[in-house]
Design a protein around this ligand. Structure first.
Ligand code: AGP
Length: 624
């Protein structure tokens, strides 16, 4: 939540900062701002001729409420020249969505500027420590921090930052600049991510690596409690005890092209269509057909340790948590290991039963979700093996787990997760197979699963080619106010995800239920004004699902069915049918989710929603 960008080097900073903000817009889009260190003529000597007047550095700031485009319009009206700058896109936490609350915040009459991602929990208390003459212009915790740094400033910006941060309780990723040090940025991190990209005589700073992909792939990831002093030619990192810290340079294997819309109207549609390709990236080189098993080396466990595992816990939030429910089915069926799925925000506040024979997977696209991170720390404290299933390279969850797998979905920029969900499912299937082959399933079963996995990308392409048909159905149903998504077995989590996607981007109320539960209460909702999306591909629960949908039909709810090609029976039950290719039951979510993504997408577009940036949401939920 909130994205920050910084640049220091020889190029004009403003265009780089603006472009960076666009890449980070998924982190928040309530308002945005930029500040650049600009060289101006001394205004107090305006009477002198321009050539003789001295020039001085001043911080120039532009801010705008609304999405990044609004900031773009404001930037078009001003000249913002300078090669050092900072920028921010905001998801409001403290204080309303106003220009005053928009970052960068300034202190010392405009001499110091700061952008901040995170929450300063004790900002009220810190406000009391500020000199009486300080007048706060916003309602934010971040502005208090800017003034606190200014209060400690005695000529050394990094020391002032360190002194101020020593008083702070909460989380922060910050970038600070000061007029007296025109070639310096000071950055610091505690709980909110910060990446520094390294160019030739220049550095890029951002909340994640996507803004810098166009310029460099070499990055360092700051860890909690680190502060760095950055000039165009140097980067020095310290811990909060002011000791020097040596950082490793890491290489990001994402491409700038992956972070573009590639001709699609928006990121969500592009990311839906990315799925056949990125699914292959997820599984490539990670299995061996002749041995009927998978090898995810990052697990970092010996075969003996793996055999010892008698319980697996998946922790995740939102869409990632629905993916883990599929992981549970796969792991229990293939490996016979009991699996618990826990929403991270609940896990961290109960007293989970975890020991040294428990394997905990933290599953996250961003790798920064605050609740998932806190839950994994709790599991570590209790002595479990903790591994990550993560998309964002170098993210906090990836760094804090003792192993795991990247899902290789590439940058996912639409707030609604699509391809990351699919690749999470793919990786969990591979883990289930790896444990399964070690514990109980035969070579033949392993081979069958891998062969079916190989066919998935082609089948995904077939499904994506149904986009126009799904659009027609979406247009027919777009004006309903309530939806039910029903599935059974492995398709119940698919129903949950379909329902989540629809409400997230179209704002239509919808719920998902295991179809067998309907009689216990939810049947009361059935009526001609409440359509049902039934996931009824042909698996072991197909007949049961048909009976459930008969009952829905009898109560006159319109039915949209997702069925396998060749299923004639379903035509008698449903008003509209989407036919898709068949696969093994365990792999069905890899296919069945795609039509639901397209249905949500087309519905949202038809209703005029901003699908990439739905209201009140941000992609990376870095606060509790
Ligand atoms: C997905 O469409 C949502 N935007 C949201 O539920 C998301 O899956 C959740 O916030 C978890 O994010 P993560 O995968 O980055 O941890």
């Amino acid at each position: 939540m909130c994205g920050i960008v910084g640049y220091i080097g020889k190029k004009q900073a403003a265009p780089i900062l603006f472009r960076g903000l666009r890449r980070l817009e998924y982190r928040g889009y309530d308002s945005a701002g930029v500040a650049v260190m600009s060289l101006e003529h001394d205004s107090t000597r305006a009477h002198e001729h321009e050539s003789t007047r001295e020039r001085e550095h001043v911080i120039k700031r532009v801010r705008a409420v609304g999405k990044i485009d609004e900031l773009g319009k404001s930037l078009d009206k001003v000249e913002l020249f300078g090669t050092v700058g900072i920028a921010h896109t905001r998801w409001a936490t403290h204080g309303g969505v106003t220009e005053e609350n928009t970052h960068p915040h300034i202190a010392m009459d405009g001499k110091l500027a700061l952008v901040h991602n995170g929450i300063i929990e004790n900002y009220r208390e810190l406000r009391e420590r500020l000199p009486a003459e300080v007048v706060l212009t916003s309602e934010t915790d971040s502005e208090v921090l800017a003034h606190l740094i200014a209060t400690y400033y005695e000529g050394d910006l990094r020391i002032a930052v360190e002194k101020a941060l020593a008083c702070v309780r909460g989380t922060y990723g910050i970038v600070v600049m000061h007029q007296d040090h025109p070639n310096l940025l000071v950055v610091a991190r505690m709980g909110s991510p910060l990446v520094v990209g390294m160019g030739e005589g220049e550095y890029y700073i951002a909340s994640d690596a996507t803004p810098m992909l166009a310029y460099t792939k070499k990055c360092i990831f700051l860890d909690d409690g680190e502060v760095a002093e950055i000039t165009p030619d140097s980067l020095d990192t310290y811990n909060l005890k002011d000791e020097s810290v040596i950082k490793c340079v890491e290489e990001i294997d994402w491409d700038e092209a992956q972070a573009q819309k590639a001709g699609y109207e928006n990121f969500m549609l592009k990311e839906i269509h990315d799925q056949p390709l990125v699914f292959q990236d997820a599984i490539r080189g990670r299995y061996n057909l002749s041995e009927g098993t998978s090898y995810l080396g990052g697990l970092n466990m010996t075969a003996e340790e793996m055999r010892r595992i008698n319980r697996i816990v998946f922790i995740a939030c939102g869409t990632a948590s629905y993916a883990t429910m599929i992981g549970k089915y796969a792991m229990e069926r293939l490996a016979g290991i009991p699996v618990e799925v826990d929403v991270a925000s609940e896990f961290r506040y109960r007293d989970p039963i975890i020991d040294e024979n428990t394997l905990v997977f933290a599953v996250s696209q961003s790798g920064e979700t605050a609740d998932t991170l806190a839950a994994l720390r709790e599991a570590k404290r209790k002595g479990a093996f903790v591994r990550g299933i993560v998309n964002s390279v170098g993210s906090t969850i990836a760094r804090e787990t003792e192993g795991g797998s990247y899902i290789h979905a590439g940058p996912e920029l639409a707030v609604a997760s699509t391809k990351a969900y699919t690749n999470m499912v793919a990786i969990m299937l591979l883990y289930a197979l790896q444990f399964g082959r070690l514990k109980r399933i035969t070579l033949a079963t392993g081979e069958r699963l891998l062969n079916a996995l190989d066919e998935i990308p082609e089948k995904m392409k077939q499904i994506l080619s149904l986009s126009d048909q799904i659009k027609e159905i979406a247009l027919k149903y777009k004006d309903y106010h309530d939806f039910l998504f029903l599935g059974r077995g492995i398709n119940f989590p698919v129903a949950l995800e379909g329902s989540h996607k629809l409400k997230e981007i179209s704002y239509i109320h919808s719920e998902a239920y295991p179809a067998g539960e309907m009689k216990h209460g939810v049947n009361a909702l059935l009526s001609p004004t409440c359509p049902v999306f039934a996931i009824m591909t042909k698996n072991q629960l197909y007949d049961k699902m048909c009976s459930n949908i008969e009952e829905v039909k009898a109560r006159k709810s319109p039915v949209i069915a997702l069925a396998n090609i060749g299923d004639e029976r379903v035509k008698e039950l449903a008003d509209d049918v989407i036919y898709i290719p068949k696969t093994m039951e365990l792999l069905e979510p890899l296919l069945n989710t795609l039509p639901l993504q397209l249905f949500a997408y087309h519905t949202a577009v038809a209703l005029g929603r901003d699908v990439d940036r739905p209201r009140n949401l941000a992609k990376s939920v870095t606060v509790e």
